[in-house]
Design a protein around this ligand. Structure first.
Ligand code: COA
Length: 263
């Protein structure tokens, strides 16, 4: 499946279960216009529609990247002047990615700034090229990152790193972003490593993967006791799944290759 929206391209590979969503406004370094935000959501909805009762969970992982060498240079500044600063920026696509039931991997080259970095941090994983540049430049426009950039970095790294990056507006490189915990990996071959990682996730039982995503998201918002109780509720229904049986069989039988369906 391949589909082109106004500002995104969407592909789905049936064989691997991997969806790919490309931010496609290269003339503005893929700046987040209102249309692009809508097209991200519509693209993810289209990918999710690959799942149906017959096929089980077909979509297993999504890679989000930017066209032509940059991830995204942040909110579209030309739309700022038309309305109140920030008012054109509908934050919904960030939540949509965070709540999306499938892992989303941001594959980052070039600039990843402002709302682009917030979009990447709403994803579950960030894989970056050595030349990637990260930053929250909003301070120089007299505003703050409106979609939670300071909150995200405070959790992924620490509050001091978040203050430094957001108050200076300076760009940092991929290695520093990885050392801080903002980026997962800076592989030598970004395409190959991201694809291999997506395939690994895609080969796992999708209901368990979905529950792990939910659990990790809850962990950033709750205490340990409540979080453990929450996990108990996620855990029990998984015991009744076909995929649990499939995994147990593969463990018991040496030469059995499990195939997980999401049931
Ligand atoms: N919104 C709208 N257009 C943007 C943009 C944004 N956030 N970021 C870049 N562009 C456009 C530029 O206006 C330029 O368009 P033009 O060719 O029609 O003049 C084009 O993308 C290329 O950018 P340019 O500035 O020429 O590239 P550069 O390599 O010299 O600099 C950046 C790259 C990312 C450092 C610089 O574009 C920049 O600082 N962008 C704004 C980043 C920002 O503040 N984002 C947060 C907004 S809240």
């Amino acid at each position: 499946m391949q589909e082109t929206f106004d500002t995104t391209r969407v592909e789905f590979d049936e064989e691997t279960g991997i969806g790919r969503l490309t931010l496609n406004r290269p003339d503005s370094l893929n700046a987040l216009s209102g249309q692009l935000q809508t097209d991200i959501i519509d693209g993810l909805r289209l990918l999710e529609a690959e799942n149906d009762d017959r096929n089980g969970i077909a979509l297993r992982a999504v890679i989000v990247e930017g066209a032509e060498g940059n991830f995204c240079a942040g909110a579209d500044i030309t739309e700022f002047s038309e309305t109140e600063p920030g008012a054109s920026s509908d934050p919904e696509h960030y939540e949509f990615i965070m709540d999306f039931p499938v892992p989303v991997i941001a594959k980052i080259r070039g600039y990843c700034l402002g709302g682009g970095l917030e979009t990447a941090m709403a994803c579950d994983f960030r894989f970056a090229a050595e030349d990637a540049r990260f930053g929250l430049p909003e301070v120089d426009l007299g505003i703050i990152p409106g979609a939670g950039g300071v909150q995200f970095i405070s959790r992924l790294a620490n509050p001091a790193a978040a203050k430094e990056i957001a108050m200076t507006g300076e760009h940092i490189g991929a290695d520093r972003a990885r050392n801080l915990g903002i980026v997962n990996r800076v592989p030598d071959d970004l395409d190959e490593a991201t694809q291999r990682f997506a395939e690994t996730i895609a080969s796992k039982p999708p209901l368990a993967i979905q529950a792990i995503k939910e659990s990790a998201n809850v962990a950033t918002q709750t205490g340990l006791r409540e979080g453990r109780q929450y996990d108990r509720r996620l855990f029990e229904p998984l015991l009744d799944t076909e995929d649990h049986e499939e995994g147990a069989r593969a463990f018991a039988e040496d030469d059995y290759e499990p195939e997980f369906s999401g049931r």
